[in-house]
Design a binder for this molecule. Structure first.
Ligand code: NAP
Length: 239
C-alpha cells in the first residue's frame, strides 16, 4: 500500500474518529501527508499525533468562515475527504426544522462551500470524496433526513464532477458499518442493528471501517473515475 499516495496532501474532514479516522490512517500508511480537519481541534490534534507527517486544522463544515480559513491556511491540498454528518433520525411527526437544516449543512451545503473555497488551491489531478449512505436507496421510517441528505450527496458528486473537472468528485455510499458511531446505542440495540444489516446484505455481514478505507484509497487513486457513487454495502440495495 505504501507509495500509492506518496507525498499527496490529503485533508480529511471528520478525520478525528470513525470512518474519517480509518481513511486518514490508511492514507497515511499509503504515504500521504494527512491533515485532520474537525470542529474540535483538540481531538483532531490527538488523532494527528498518532500518524507520521500529519497535522490538525479547525474546520466546522457547517461554518463557511472556518472552511475559507482552512483553505487559506493550508494553501494547497491534493485531495479532500469529507465524512461529516449530523444525525436527525426521528419519525416525521418529530422532525425539527433546525436539526434538518444542520443535517443538510453537514452533508450537502458544507461540501458545496468547501468546493468553492478549495478548488482554487487544488491541482487538476486532485479529487474531492464525499460520503453518501445506503439510507438514500432503502427508505425506512425514521430515516427521512438521512435518506434525503445521502441522496443529495450522490447528485452533488455528479454536479460538482462536471463543473470542477478535471478535478474528480465522487462519493462512497456505505451500508450499515461498524465504525464506532453505533457505539452510542445500548449494546443489545447495536447487536440487533448489525445482525439486521448482515441479514439484509448479500454478503451476510455488516460493513467494517476497513471496507470503507480500502475503497477510499482506491478512489483517491482512480484517475479515470469521476461523478460516481460507489456502493460499499454488500449489495443491500438488491435484497
Ligand atoms: N457508519 C455507518 O453505518 C454509515 C452508514 C451510511 C453512511 N455513513 C456515512 O459515512 C460518513 C461517516 O460516518 P461514521 O460512521 O464515521 O460516523 P458519523 O457519526 O456520521 O461521523 C461523523 C464525523 O463527522 C464529524 N462531524 C460532525 N459534524 C461536523 C461538523 N459540523 N464539522 C466537521 N466535522 C463534523 C464527527 O466528528 P465530531 O462530532 O467530533 O465533530 C465525525 O468525525 C457519514 O457521512 C455517514 O453518514 C455511515
Amino acid at each position: 500500500m505504501r507509495g500509492q499516495l506518496d507525498k499527496q496532501k490529503i485533508l480529511v474532514i471528520g478525520g478525528s474518529k470513525f470512518l474519517g479516522l480509518a481513511v486518514a490512517q490508511r492514507a497515511s500508511k499509503a504515504g500521504a501527508e494527512v491533515v485532520i480537519g474537525a470542529r474540535d481541534l483538540e481531538q483532531a490534534a490527538k488523532a494527528a499525533a498518532q500518524l507520521p507527517f500529519a497535522s490538525a486544522i479547525h474546520v466546522d463544515i457547517t461554518d463557511e468562515g472556518t472552511i475559507a480559513a482552512a483553505a487559506a491556511e493550508l494553501g494547497y491540498v491534493d485531495h479532500v475527504v469529507i465524512t461529516a454528518s449530523a444525525h436527525h433520525n426521528v419519525p416525521v411527526g418529530e422532525l425539527e426544522h433546525d436539526k434538518i437544516v444542520t443535517a443538510f449543512e453537514a452533508k450537502v451545503i458544507g461540501p458545496m462551500l468547501l468546493a468553492k473555497h478549495f478548488i482554487p488551491i487544488m491541482p487538476p489531478t486532485g479529487s474531492i470524496l464525499l460520503f453518501s449512505g445506503v439510507a438514500a436507496w432503502t427508505p425506512s421510517p425514521g430515516y427521512t433526513v438521512m435518506g434525503v441528505t445521502n441522496g443529495a450527496v450522490a447528485f452533488l458528486a455528479s454536479q460538482l464532477a462536471k463543473e470542477l473537472a478535471p478535478v474528480r468528485v465522487s462519493a462512497i455510499s456505505p451500508g450499515v458499518t461498524d465504525s464506532g458511531t453505533w457505539d452510542t446505542l445500548a449494546e443489545q440495540d447495536k447487536k440487533n442493528l448489525l445482525e439486521s444489516a448482515a441479514s439484509s446484505s448479500l454478503v451476510g455481514r455488516a460493513g467494517t471501517a476497513d471496507d470503507i478505507a480500502d475503497t477510499a484509497i482506491w478512489l483517491l487513486n482512480a484517475g479515470n473515475i469521476s461523478g460516481e457513487t460507489i456502493h460499499v454495502e454488500g449489495g443491500a440495495r438488491h435484497v
